[in-house]
Design a protein around this ligand. Structure first.
Ligand SMILES: NC(=O)c1ccc[n+]([C@@H]2O[C@H](COP(=O)([O-])OP(=O)(O)OC[C@H]3O[C@@H](n4cnc5c(N)ncnc54)[C@H](O)[C@@H]3O)[C@@H](O)[C@H]2O)c1
Length: 243
């Protein structure tokens, strides 16, 4: 039987690339996303995973449904990629309480709920790998205009370390990938030409990443080749944070 992976936000840029890469690596992939995103997805995106499940990562009952479904069919969960995340263009002054709760609920709490739903299963298996998708905005201030997103991604980095310490003795690994700027639908929606210029000129490699380049790093942390790595942050940013 193939190892089983769950990828959240699987209809998005990085999620679809990750689902595709893990399927190519031999995992049976369950890709999850909001109902609307699955309905709107292209054939190419739908083809990236073996199974698609409707899921809201900010809803604990939805996590119980998704994980219960996967367990009932596969009997195990080997990899969880907590990829779903959203941001809001608002500074510390402009952010509203509703916007804060939305970003924190999906981008931070969603990662916690995922770890809480899957971690104990992996502990029982005495094997498993969780990869949380953070961001360079979790450890830098960016342009100061995505306040709640910075808060959420910073928390993803520290929650990952806490869970890695908790579950290490049970052979469950927990790591983050910290992407820089990645060519995805969210970047196309949120970044105008001036912002893209700012992103590329400040990255020593002088460009944004492809989603496949981030998926490669996620697949490395998900798989056996990273067997002695836990609690780590793998930065995939073209050198952005090195400045
Ligand atoms: N694109 C970038 O430049 C970049 C940089 C750093 C980090 N990231 C992070 O990478 C991850 C993926 O981003 P992307 O650029 O592929 O974005 P994207 O918008 O292309 O994809 C995100 C996916 O998450 C889904 N999603 C949103 N809310 C959800 C919810 N409540 N439950 C389940 N799914 C939900 C969306 O429907 C979408 O399919 C995010 O965590 C993002 O913060 C992206």
């Amino acid at each position: 039987m193939n190892a089983t992976a769950i990828v959240t936000g699987g209809c998005g840029g990085i999620g679809a690339a990750t689902a595709s890469r893990l399927a190519a690596d031999g995992f049976t992939v369950y890709s999850t996303d909001l109902a609307g995103a699955i309905e709107a997805a292209t054939e190419a995106v739908l083809a990236t995973a073996h199974h698609r499940l409707v899921h809201d990562v900010a809803d604990e009952d939805s996590w119980a449904d998704v994980v219960g479904h996967v367990l009932s069919i596969e009997g195990r969960v080997d990899v969880l990629v907590n990829n779903a995340g959203v941001g809001n263009m608002a500074t510390a002054v402009d952010e509203m309480v509703a916007g804060w709760h939305r970003v924190i609920g999906i981008t931070q709490m969603g990662v916690w709920l995922g770890m809480r739903a899957v971690g104990p299963i992996m502990v029982e298996q005495r094997a498993g790998s969780i990869v949380n998708v953070a961001s360079i905005f979790g450890s830098s201030g960016g342009k100061g205009d995505m306040f709640a997103y910075h808060a959420a991604k910073g928390a993803v980095l520290s929650m990952t370390k806490s869970a890695a310490v908790l579950w290490g003795p049970d052979q469950v690994r927990v790591n983050t990938v910290q992407p820089g700027f990645v060519q995805t639908p969210s970047l196309e929606r949120n970044a105008d030409a001036a912002r893209v210029e700012w992103m590329t000129t400040n990255a020593p490699l002088g460009r944004v990443a492809t989603a496949a380049e981030v998926a490669n790093a996620i697949a490395f942390l998900a798989g056996r080749e990273s067997g002695f790595i836990t609690g780590a942050d793998l930065v995939v940013d073209g050198g952005w944070l090195a400045r």
